[in-house]
Design a protein around this ligand. Sequence first.
Ligand code: NDP
Length: 292
Amino acid sequence: MTATLLNGRELAKTMQEEINADVAAFKSAYGFAPTIAVLRAGEDPASVSYARAIEKAFGARRMGFALHTLPDSASQSEIVALVAKLNADANVHGIMVQEPLPKGIDEAIVKEALSPDKDVDGVHPVNAGRLSQVAPVGRPPMVGPFFVPATPAGGLEILKRFNVELKGKHAVVLGRSNIVGKPMAMLLLRENATVTLCHSLTADLPAVCRSGDILCAAVGRAQMIKGDWIKPGAVVIDFGVNFVGEQMAGDVDFAAAQEVAGMITPVPGGTGPMTNVMLMRNVIEAARRQAR
Ligand code: NDP
């Protein structure tokens, strides 16, 4: 069997067109563009290039972007003061605080300083809490509005747009970070999948993976998930961004997995391109809520 490719790059292009229309409609209704502020303390190279990628993506959609930088020596109170200033700035609709923050900074305090209404990265405990408390689809939500981190939101969007049935399926998620694995598990649970969330201490990981109709990998270890860890016909979502030499590789051994899986995201070109698109969607949604 050769798996169907879940082409995130093509899907992201389609969604960029949808975003163009949303931005145009927003601008004609309110006279300004949905805008993100990115806050960085220090010059971590990956954060610098990610901020550039966000700037380019937002510029291409004619959305607003502002970068606020502080030196590596910035104190906790300086960072929190900048967050507070951005919270209060009516021209800023979404805020992203880049990680890693400098050594000695308590990330939890910085996250909690964000206004949940502007937390388009879904890292504030109010947003994470509402995601974990929201009722399953098909029932009244029972919680207020919230933002979901862009990467898992992109993974779910791929599953939905490729019409993957989630209800009643066994979804196995590898990795329990607050930014990818855990919210992905919550999203799948909300979609009425039965979810198993795995981590570094999970016993007999290959067997657990093999029981998944849907297998989502967010581990950060190149090609760790082998072909024989995959249930024949399963749908594989690979969030991994790793490098083997110069070559980008996912957490899944793609060549082997492709022969077993029913559908699979490639790396690159799968979940990666969806992340910025979902971030833009969150910023538009934040701007709409604030403009009302
Ligand atoms: P973290 O390092 O925060 O979390 C990794 C998770 O994997 C942890 O829960 C850890 O378990 C688990 N893990 C590590 N080693 C093993 C193992 N041998 N067996 C089982 N579980 C293991 O990573 P992130 O969630 O931030 O990122 C995961 C991947 O997704 C990375 O490759 C990252 O680059 C990528 N990523 C991709 C994005 C995109 O746009 N596509 C955006 C963000 C991240 P434990 O909790 O027990 O330590």
